[in-house]
Design a protein around this ligand. Structure first.
Ligand code: FAD
Length: 443
């Protein structure tokens, strides 16, 4: 198809441009899409022009910031990708404790700039995830139980809508859109170009926790069993992610307090026999953030999805999960992951934002990654099989850990909010300009 440049502004990369091969990549290298072009926007006008251009040329758009969507919903073959990467300014207002962040900002930079001013931030753990996808779907990390979801700190969002108009959404202007953006905003209502957050906490040192039971299969069942008991009355200053794999288990955590107190709180976990590495240290907040961030590769090939757990799982159910792991294709890269919730997440009234699953205890996730393309099928099949079982134990899926095989995905991500969200979609994007395989449909 011959398409004219005219009307598209920003840095536009076409398939015949030398940078195209790099520009079409997502973090998940198992996604292999060929967009019609990628437009890197410098400002709201470039975004508006891209939306109008796509309408004129009957080309569908996809919105991309960090490109970390598990299933590649920020790109697509034959689509125009509107990419916000080049907008990454951060303005900190230390008088009012607020920060304005442009859409393409990656988490490592955000954490670092905020920490220069002494602030903690409740973001996620991967340094290359962009603020946009993270906050629009929720935002879960090791500070979440103490400071809330990333979206709980959001005061305002600026968005370019389906007509190319700039809207500001907050509690007073477009409150319905503001509500929807906090939990269901990823790719659905328009291109959000900046976010303003309340900064809740000044910080210096925290306790960073890294524990592992490697080559210790018996620790796995014990870990999952202790984990759910431990979360029940857990001090909200503690947040943790756990991973259980074929050969063992590990736990990463932040505690907003001193190591001695952290150790006391961690007692049930530390008493799981056969620990192979135990690191509990008092470090700068930013060192803690970067130590966890450095665990992530620059890119990988994977399939991954996560669901909300509300109930205690029985010993039998936990044993079944371990059995799933025993059949995993990889010793170390096929994982059952757990992410702590509760604390500040469940304090916020459920109806306040479109994040439906506030009262869950934790997220239970299954994932597998691989190196060679020929390994994709076996890894995907393992996740698909394991997911069938995990789905029975859980209630709803985290939209930021999406899964293309989910049936009735709107219900799974947004529960009883689906109708309201569809109504808001009809109001702000009646022609469904912003759509992708698991987008919210207008009524
Ligand atoms: C390695 C890894 C680690 C992760 N760790 C965590 C974690 O600790 N906690 C957590 O909560 N999540 C985590 N995630 C999930 C992550 O939050 C989501 O993948 C998130 O949506 C990624 O945002 P992005 O902007 O980087 O990705 P993108 O793929 O660019 O976008 C994700 C979705 O948001 C939409 N979108 C992007 N930018 C905009 C915008 N400006 N306006 C409107 N819609 C937009 C896209 O269309 C797409 O649907 C992780 C993901 C990966 C791959």
């Amino acid at each position: 198809m011959e398409l004219e440049h005219k009307g598209l502004t920003g840095k536009v990369i076409w398939p015949f441009d030398p940078g195209y091969e790099q520009a079409r990549q997502e973090y998940n290298r198992a996604i292999d899409a060929y967009p019609i072009a990628i437009v890197y926007c410098y400002n709201n006008q470039d975004v508006a022009n891209a939306i109008r251009w796509s309408e004129k040329h009957q080309v569908r758009v996809r919105i991309r910031s960090g490109g970390h969507n598990y299933d590649g919903y920020s790109t697509g073959t034959g689509k125009l990708v509107i990419d916000t990467t080049l907008t990454n300014q951060i303005e900190v207002d230390t008088i009012n404790d607020v920060v304005k962040v442009q859409a393409g900002t990656r988490l490592r930079k955000l954490y670092e700039v905020l920490y220069e001013h002494g602030y903690a931030f409740p973001g996620g753990t991967c340094p290359t995830v962009a603020i946009s996808g993270l906050v629009l779907g929720g935002g879960i990390g090791l500070s979440t139980r103490y400071l809330g979801l990333t979206l709980d700190s959001l005061l305002e969002a600026e968005m370019v809508d389906a007509k190319g108009k700039i809207l500001v959404a907050n509690q007073r202007c477009h409150p319905d859109l503001f509500w929807a953006l906090r939990g269901a905003g990823g790719g659905n209502y328009g291109v959000v170009t900046s976010f303003t957050f309340q900064l809740k906490k000044k910080v210096d040192n925290i306790t960073l926790i890294q524990l592992q039971w490697n080559n210790n299969r018996p620790a796995r069942l014990k870990f999952l069993s202790v984990w759910q008991e431990w979360l029940e009355d857990l001090d909200r200053r503690m947040g943790a992610f756990g991973r259980v794999y074929k050969q063992g288990a590990l736990l990463l955590g932040f505690f907003y307090g001193k190591p001695a107190e952290a150790r006391k709180i961690l007692e049930p976990i530390l008493s799981i026999p056969g620990i192979t590495s135990e690191d509990i240290e008092y470090v700068d907040f930013i060192e803690a953030v970067n130590t966890i961030a450095d665990i992530y590769p620059k890119s990988e090939k994977f399939t991954d999805t996560g669901r909300f757990v509300y109930k205690h799982l029985s010993k039998n159910e936990l044993s079944n999960i371990i059995e799933i792991l025993d059949h995993a294709p990889s010793d170390y890269n096929s994982l059952i992951k757990v992410y702590s919730l509760g604390g500040a997440v469940s304090d916020v009234p459920k109806s306040e934002t479109a994040f439906y699953y506030r009262k869950a205890n934790y997220i239970l996730d299954i994932s597998s990654s691989w190196e060679e393309n020929h390994e994709a099928a076996i890894n995907k099949a393992w996740v698909a099989e394991g997911f069938k079982y995990i789905k029975q134990l859980t209630f709803g899926s985290y939209v930021n850990f999406p899964y293309s095989k989910l049936k009735d995905y709107e219900m799974a991500y947004f529960g009883q909010y689906v109708k309201v969200l569809q109504n808001i979609k009809s109001k702000y994007d009646p022609c469904n300009i912003f759509s992708f395989p698991q987008s919210i449909k207008p009524l």
